[in-house]
Design a protein around this ligand. Structure first.
Ligand code: UDP
Length: 320
């Protein structure tokens, strides 16, 4: 197949491109590099079946016929989407609409990278796809949460009114090589701090929970969803739940670091708990994650060591 991956130079997007190439597809990767990074695609950018297009997908674009579109373009870490708030709202609305129009034009399949943030600070636990969420529409996280909720609504509308063959994956916290060392996420921060011997910054009391999925498990789930005929949202995440304190300890164990913990204020609207109910993915995709947190951290530690030696961010393109 000839496929388009938007946000293809990002963390998940680049792993997706690599997997699609390995599966024999021809891949066009579109990215404006505000949070993506050319280093992420350096390992396969010389492949004749791969093409990088520096493109802001909020502006009109068309790289010719494609059979499938993976829409992964968006800042996704809280630090990044709060820095690029207007761009995040724009890419989840105009950007996703441009992709859906292309899918309509070429009768291509379409998969939206959505998020557990659609559930907000959930009062149902764990979160099944049927839960509508508990989201602050005007808080600091709203630029991401509401952008993704809108892009889900847009995706369902193109499915219902235009007959586009769509999928929606709700992605929970994912980690692994190619996470930007300075993206502010909990795993990147803790890895960096542990490897440098700095204090690990625990926000709040550290008892809030997250459920961490290793990147290869996440990509496998996404590929299976793409190959399915499921149009309604599907959670893909690891249901093993950890407090932030437990996560800090796991990072200290894997790095052998003697770093101490330091407590900092909890950011606004930081969800107290987050854990996917993956009953649906198990039953319709036969998917469940295989890599537990200590194993996944072990697979990531060399990458973080390298990333500390050579910062990888590309100069950001001018904001639109
Ligand atoms: N967090 C933390 N220390 C850090 C970075 C994050 O305690 O240095 C906490 C953060 O407050 C949140 C959790 O770790 O409760 C996960 O944060 P992250 O930014 O990775 O993503 P989120 O799941 O909030 O989107």
């Amino acid at each position: 197949m000839r496929v388009l991956v938007t946000g293809g130079a990002g963390f998940l997007g680049s792993h997706l491109c690599e997997r699609l190439l390995a599966d024999g597809h021809t891949v066009i990767c579109a990215d404006n590099l505000i949070t993506g990074c050319l280093n992420n695609i350096a390992g396969f950018s010389a492949d004749a079946r791969f093409r990088f297009e520096p493109q802001d997908i909020c502006r009109p674009f068309d790289f010719g016929p494609v059979e499938f579109i993976y829409d992964f373009a968006s800042p996704a870490s809280p630090v990044d989407y709060m820095k690029w708030g207007l761009q995040t709202l724009e890419v989840g609305s105009a950007g996703t609409r441009n992709c859906l129009e292309l899918a309509l034009k070429y009768r291509a399949g379409f998969l939206l990278a959505s998020t557990s943030e659609c559930y907000g600070d959930p009062d149902v636990h764990p979160q099944p796809e049927s839960y509508w969420g508990h989201v602050n529409p005007i808080g600091t996280r709203s630029v991401y949460d509401e952008a993704k909720r809108f892009s889900e609504a847009l995706t369902m509308a193109y499915h219902r009114y235009r007959g586009v063959d769509t999928r929606i994956v709700r992605i929970f916290n994912t980690y692994g090589p190619r996470l930007q060392i300075d993206d502010g996420r909990v795993i990147s921060n803790f890895m960096k701090q542990a490897l440098l011997g700095d204090e690990l910054t625990i926000y709040g009391d550290g008892r809030q929970t997250r459920s961490f999925c290793y990147v290869s498990d996440e990509i496998e789930g996404i590929m299976r969803l793409a190959a399915s005929h499921e149009n309604l949202p599907t959670n893909i995440g690891n249901p093993s739940e950890f407090t932030v304190l437990e996560c800090a300890q796991a990072v200290l164990d894997i790095t052998g670091s003697a770093s101490k913990l330091v407590f900092r204020p909890l950011p606004e609207d930081d969800p107290k708990q987050r854990c996917p109910d993956i009953t649906k993915a198990k039953s319709i995709l036969g998917w469940e994650p295989r890599i537990d947190l200590p194993t996944g951290l072990g697979l990531s530690v060399d990458y973080f060591r390298q990333a500390l030696l050579a910062p990888t961010r590309d100069p950001a393109v001018p904001a639109t």
